[in-house]
Design a protein around this ligand. Structure first.
Ligand SMILES: Nc1ncnc2c1ncn2[C@@H]1O[C@H](COP(=O)(O)OP(=O)(O)OP(=O)(O)O)[C@@H](O)[C@H]1O
Length: 236
């Protein structure tokens, strides 16, 4: 099962397309990473897949269903979750309340919400310990853990992760990547964008390089570890 993007063209205005005919295929149980120079359109691609931007053309298929142009709420229902770039916890709300906010698509079914909370506490014991603490009192790494836990509350199959390690000190980056490793083991399809290319290549199975909104290279991560220096030279 896969997420397949074909010929996707999208932008923030009609006049200026940022993505021009992007193709990508990401598989279940694998981490697919998108790398490229600043402004290449990596975050824009995730936004266009999740429905924050309407594609001008092209298609997105998720686990055999066409999901092109659906709204973000519909994408959640389709089993796609999105970790947005930057901080997204509500600092004055508790950890438990933040997690409940992640239950958007199942919010009317209290039983399912409670089950989802129980699952999250089992998977993230630190969140269980701090369930009544204000999210703003957590460390930067714990806040990121809360954000990742929150996007799994609706039981998605696919996680779109935009810059999960940005702004974190190295030991916390390590923690976040361990978490992503655990999510991969759990079988999620993960599409990852992160400035920390070295870390992404350690965890990735497959790599796509975007340049100026279009495909440049792609291949198994193992190949990229040797070619990375040459590829980055091309960006400068
Ligand atoms: N909200 C926005 N409105 C208009 N243009 C935007 C917006 N966000 C990004 N852009 C433009 O879209 C292009 C691609 O940006 P995007 O953030 O997708 O690149 P990126 O590859 O993720 O870069 P970075 O690694 O720097 O985050 C850039 O030219 C950027 O200026």
């Amino acid at each position: 099962m896969s997420l397949t993007i074909s010929g996707l063209t999208a932008g923030y205005t009609r006049e200026v397309p940022i993505l021009s005919g992007v193709n990508l295929r990401a598989e279940e149980g694998m981490v697919t990473t998108i790398i490229g120079p600043n402004g290449a359109g990596k975050s824009t691609l995730l936004r266009a897949v999740f429905g924050y931007l309407k594609p001008a053309s092209g298609t997105v298929e998720h686990f055999g269903r066409t999901v092109t142009g659906l709204e973000p709420e519909q994408m959640l229902t389709e089993g796609v979750a999105y970790l947005i770039q930057g901080r997204s916890v509500f600092p004055s709300m508790t950890v438990a309340e933040n997690l409940e906010l992640g239950c958007w698509t199942i919010r009317r079914d209290r039983r399912r919400v409670l089950d989802a909370l129980a699952r999250a506490y089992e998977q993230y014991p630190r969140m269980a310990e701090k369930r009544n603490a204000r999210a703003g009192s957590l460390s930067g790494g714990e806040q990121r853990m809360l954000e990742i836990a929150r996007i799994t509350m609706t039981n998605p199959r696919t996680l779109l992760l935009d810059e999960p390690s940005v702004g974190l000190m190295p030991s916390l980056v390590e923690e976040v990547y361990q978490q992503i490793g655990a999510l991969k083991k759990a079988g999620y399809l993960i599409l990852l964008v992160d400035q920390n290319i070295r870390k992404t290549l350690q965890i990735a199975d497959y790599v796509y390089v975007l340049k100026m909104g279009a495909n440049s290279h792609h291949g198994p991560a193992a190949e990229f570890k040797h070619r990375l220096a040459d590829i980055i030279k091309e960006w400068i």
